[in-house]
Write a protein that binds this ligand. Structure first.
Ligand SMILES: [Zn+2]
Length: 155
């Protein structure tokens, strides 16, 4: 899923759970998109060919799979004793939701680098046109929900 979707979904989720996501806006933004920086080696490798190849399972490093989830979870557990507990809970939610959304909506290789078996749950469409339409429409829906939520903060 795209980074805008990840940020907006995580923001709304945190706002529903903690009712104060606006105070953690930057933290939510950073930890919602941080994992997607692991696509950089793939982007550098394929260059302009990314428009054709897109972001399938081959675009993921070990840090975007179960290996990364385990590593980030261990780091979050250690930081729990150092950082404000609410902030670390928000960071953990953002990281876990990112992994969950990517796993539910796309193709992944969860046990990479130990196994290259690709998994796709077929919950959401994966044909190019259907996936693009789903991604655009769900992102627009989240923008509207975000806007309504922000609007209720202002008034
Ligand atoms: Zn991702």
């Amino acid at each position: 899923m795209n980074v805008i979707f990840h940020f907006l979904f995580n923001y709304l989720f945190v706002d529903i759970v903690f009712d104060n996501a606006w105070s953690y806006l930057v933290i939510i933004l950073i930890f919602s998109v941080l994992i997607d920086f692991t696509h950089l080696p793939y982007l550098l490798k394929v260059g302009k060919g990314v428009a054709k190849k897109r972001f399938g399972s081959e675009s993921r490093t070990r840090f975007h799979e179960m290996y990364g989830l385990t590593l980030f979870s261990a780091i979050v557990c250690i930081l729990y004793f150092v950082i404000d507990p609410i902030m670390i809970e928000i960071i953990a939610i953002c990281i876990v939701l990112h992994f969950a959304i990517d796993f539910l909506t796309g193709k992944s290789i969860p046990f990479y680098p130990y196994s290259k078996k690709e998994v796709f749950l077929h919950i959401f469409p994966y044909g190019y046109r259907e996936k693009v339409l789903f991604e655009i429409s769900s992102t627009i829906l989240l923008v509207v929900l975000f806007w309504l939520r922000i609007g209720s903060l202002v008034s």
